[in-house]
Design a protein around this ligand. Structure first.
Ligand code: PLP
Length: 552
């Protein structure tokens, strides 16, 4: 059966032939020779792969992982450069310029109106009700025979709330052969109450759901989003998408984002972000200029304040950008705040509290990233904050040891490593130590105000002495014999190597001396003592360089 909504699409688009490249006419075979598209016969740089060729219109690999992610069939999905491009395509397919219209429900996402205007489509508005719900009667009243699309954002940007599924499905029925209901679920992954409308696609011919990797998969820079709908609608989108819209590097990046390990990691990170949101809400409630905090199913919060302009100006003066929503109907003096990192939220909150911002030295925060064939590592240290301390190397005992260094060192450390543990833990252990050393060295900057220190830590029978000098010169002296080969999942023959790599990259002189009988105690006391020595060494003590040379 033909989808009845197709007769509402522009007839010229429906009749138009799809563009077909020569190779799309034939089944792909292994070792095929492609002399059909005037591509260059060599790669653009040494080590490049598949960059000299046009990608497929909808790359197979990418289609597979995205279909799996959303649990839909490939004939029901079109991949575009973000949900934004899908919005634009839908409007161009359905709206004949200067004749047709779309309905939006403000306050809502700006791009529906923007794309409609570009296409010369009229924009009719059916504002949300007082509690930001859909006004079904108003939508019906606004519609006429030229209404082609109705945009619904759920959770809605900027109000943050979910729309009622019943309302949406009621609209789908009311407009079943006249208008497409486009439900933008960009933020649905943050919702704890709903998983969205994808299961309804099968039974709802005029429903399109938009999803994207931008907001909840932390990949706005990648530009990858999808439209999911019945196959005839998808076929029209594919017809008008620009040639080869998904660049090959995007395909490769998305493959890395959507591995099962990383999906697990993203789920955990989203949960932590929502905790951060909750903490911010609790804090916002105590701020006198905040009048209303709207409930949010997303990674942002909409608040109503006494005077949005003054707050925004104050934030700008402190290098923070937040989003005024006063231009939206009913949102005068409302501000949308994206949930950021802890220290970012802390700064915003203290500005809002009208607190004097600490005029202490600026925070020594550094992030270093490195990716090789063996490991991918990201390390963020803040020498002037104590938390968070989160280490994930894939080696449990090593996580614990590096966390000890940070906790006893009194600095914040976020370290994530994806290493080739299936081969050997060696690369992971060494590379994490290298990057930790580098990060601290960079964070220390010109070392103004820091000292040289040592510390001794006993743990029962074990005793570790660590002396560190952030001298700018590398030297390691390590003495200690561990009775066991392994402590937990960490090989003890790597311990000296860790301190070597760390000190070499920190450009420090490091002396470690450990004695004892129990390997666990001996190892742990080394790391703790290193943390304690670092704690003293990295602290600001006035403004002097602790060296007669004037440079360290
Ligand atoms: C940010 C946002 C988008 C943009 O999505 P892309 O996939 O990055 O184009 C779409 N819809 C809403 C509601 C958004 O807030």
């Amino acid at each position: 059966m033909i989808n009845p909504i197709l007769k509402r699409a522009r007839p010229d688009i429906v009749e138009m032939e799809s563009y077909s490249s020569a190779r799309s006419l034939y089944k792909k075979q292994a070792n095929m020779i492609f002399l059909d598209a005037n591509e260059c016969a060599f790669e653009p740089y040494i080590g490049a792969e598949n960059l000299s060729r046009y990608p497929d219109q909808q790359p197979d690999q990418l289609t597979d992982v995205l279909c799996k992610l959303y649990d839909v069939s490939s004939r029901n999905m079109a991949i575009a450069r973000g949900a934004d491009e899908a919005i634009d395509c839908l409007i161009r397919i359905f709206c004949t310029p200067y004749q047709d219209n779309v309905i939006i429900c403000p306050p809502t996402f700006a791009m529906y109106e923007h794309s409609a205007k570009i296409q010369g489509a009229e924009v009719k508005t059916a504002p949300l009700t007082n509690n930001f719900a859909l006004d079904i009667n108003r939508i019906k009243k606004e519609s006429n025979q030229n209404t082609k699309l109705i945009f619904i954002c759920s959770p809605n940007n900027p109000t943050g709330n979910l729309m009622s599924v019943d309302d949406i499905l009621q609209l789908c029925t009311a407009f079943d052969d006249t208008a497409l209901i486009v439900v933008d679920e960009t933020y649905i992954e943050y919702s704890e109450k709903s998983t969205g409308l994808l299961p309804n696609i099968e039974n709802t011919p005029n429903l399109v759901v938009l999803r994207t990797l931008s907001k909840s998969y932390a990949a706005a820079g990648v530009r990858c989003g999808v439209a999911i709908a019945q196959k005839d609608i998808i076929a029209l989108i594919l017809k008008i998408l620009p040639p080869y819209p998904i660049p090959q590097p995007v395909v490769e990046t998305v493959m890395k984002i959507l591995t099962s390990n990383n999906l697990q990691r993203l789920t955990e990170k989203r949960a932590a972000l929502l905790d951060q949101k909750q903490r911010s809400i609790t804090e916002l409630k105590t701020i006198d200029i905040v009048k209303t905090i709207y409930p949010s199913d997303t990674n942002y919060i909409l608040i109503n304040v006494k005077n949005s302009k003054t707050l925004i100006e104050k934030c700008i003066n402190n290098n923070i950008i937040i989003r005024d929503q006063s231009h939206q109907p009913t949102l005068n003096n409302c501000i949308r705040i994206s949930i950021g990192k802890k220290e970012e939220m802390d700064k915003l909150l203290s500005i809002m509290h009208n607190e004097e911002l600490p005029t202490l030295p600026k925070q020594r925060i550094v992030t270093v990233n490195r990716s090789t064939n063996e490991t991918a590592i990201s390390v963020c240290v803040n020498l002037d904050a104590q938390s968070p301390v989160v280490v994930n190397t894939g080696i449990g005992f090593y996580n614990h040891m590096l966390e000890q260094v940070a906790k006893h060192g009194g600095f914040s450390l976020e370290l994530e490593c994806k290493g080739d543990l299936e081969i050997d833990p060696h690369h992971t252990i060494e590379d994490c130590a290298i990057l930790l050393g580098q990060a601290i060295k960079e964070a220390l900057g010109d070392k103004r105000g820091i000292g040289r220190y040592g510390f001794t830590v006993p743990m029962d029978e074990a005793l570790a002495q660590v002396v560190i000098d952030l001298s700018g010169r590398f030297y390691l002296k390590f003495s200690g014999d561990f009775p066991e080969n392994m402590v937990g999942d960490l090989p003890t023959d790597m311990i000296e190597h860790v301190f070597y790599s760390f000190a070499e990259n920190l450009k420090a002189t490091l002396h470690i001396n450990v004695e004892g009988k129990n390997t666990h105690h001996m190892v742990e006391s080394c790391f703790k003592a290193l943390g304690r020595a670092l704690r003293q060494a990295i602290q600001y003590k006035g403004d002097d360089l602790p060296s007669t040379k004037g440079i360290l």
